[in-house]
Design a protein around this ligand. Structure first.
Ligand code: AMP
Length: 279
């Protein structure tokens, strides 16, 4: 992959990159189209498909994470992707008793809140694998989804802090017609779980309406209570966190105003869903 990328660089082609864990949906494809727009018809668009073990916790869904490489390949071909990069675990994390792999990239500020609190080793896995992928694919531009707002912020910080020579673009969250943010994990939402999952985007809409209606800043705690109540009215829903924060610093705020960001993580059955939006 790296050799190919260097050939493209010599030919003066721009390289656009979309890292994914596969089981592609329309949300991923909007990122691919954005990458194509950014590099132009003569550029090259690379999608990586890699379910990165190091970003899953020991109790998480690594082994059952959905995979369908055949369908992903077809979708990428239809979307005009030039190369799908599908490394193996042994290539990314060479085995060997402590000798195979021992270098990690750790962002130490933005990673502490929200997802980082619930999933303590998650972002270290993300930053490490994304740094590796950037070094392998050598992109001029990489596109990430706003769906994973904290992840995108951390990657932007990593790129700035470590001088990666590329630009990060964050594309909007793509949703199902009923508002549910598209996610590979939505596959787990079978039967009565699927309609309950709409409560996340409904909670966001409730918060947006409250903020837009109010002339004064709202207390985060006061605003969170009815959201939690709405979410937990669903029989199989359990709130992990509801957080109001500054979209750049990711710091939690006590007072919510227009432009404050809301993020939520909610278990629906055993599936943990996340969503976020600007209020
Ligand atoms: P994943 O395969 O879940 O690791 O996601 C790969 C990339 O696609 C990440 O940058 C995600 O933020 C992005 N992504 C996932 N779901 C969506 C969505 N519904 N809308 C926009 N981007 C998304």
């Amino acid at each position: 992959m790296q050799r190919l990328a260097k050939t493209w660089q010599r030919e003066g082609r721009r390289i656009g990159f979309v890292p994914t864990m596969g089981y592609l949906h329309e949300g991923h494809l909007t990122l691919v189209r954005r990458a194509r727009q950014l590099v132009g018809p003569e550029g090259r668009v690379v999608v990586s498909i890699y379910v990165n073990p190091s970003q899953f916790g020991p109790e998480e869904d690594l082994s059952k994470y959905p995979r369908d490489l055949r369908k992903d390949t077809l979708l990428c071909r239809q979307a005009g992707v030039d190369v799908i990069f599908v490394p193996t675990d042994a290539e990314m994390y060479p085995p060997g008793d402590g000798e195979g792999f021992s270098t990690w990239v750790i962002e130490e500020q933005l990673s502490r809140e929200m997802e980082g609190r619930s999933r303590p080793t998650h972002f270290r896995g993300v930053t490490t694998v994304v740094a590796k992928l950037f070094n392998i694919v050598l992109p001029d531009v990489a596109v990430f989804g706003a769906k994973d707002w904290q992840q995108a912020a951390i990657i932007q910080r990593m790129v700035r802090d470590l001088n990666f020579p590329l630009k990060i673009i964050v594309a909007p969250t793509h949703r199902e017609p009923d508002g549910l943010a598209m996610s590979s994990r939505n596959k787990y939402l079978v039967g009565t779980l699927r309609p309950q999952a709409v409560a996340l985007s409904q909670a966001i809409a409730l918060a947006q309406a409250a903020v837009r209606k109010s002339k004064r800043p709202l207390s985060a705690a006061t605003l969170a209570a009815p959201l939690k109540q709405h979410l937990e009215q669903q029989p199989d829903a359990r709130v992990d966190y509801i957080e109001f924060f500054n979209p750049e610093s990711l710091r939690a705020v006590a007072k919510v105003v227009r432009g404050t960001h809301l993020a939520l993580a909610v278990f629906v059955g055993t599936t943990r869903l996340i969503d976020n939006a600007r209020l």
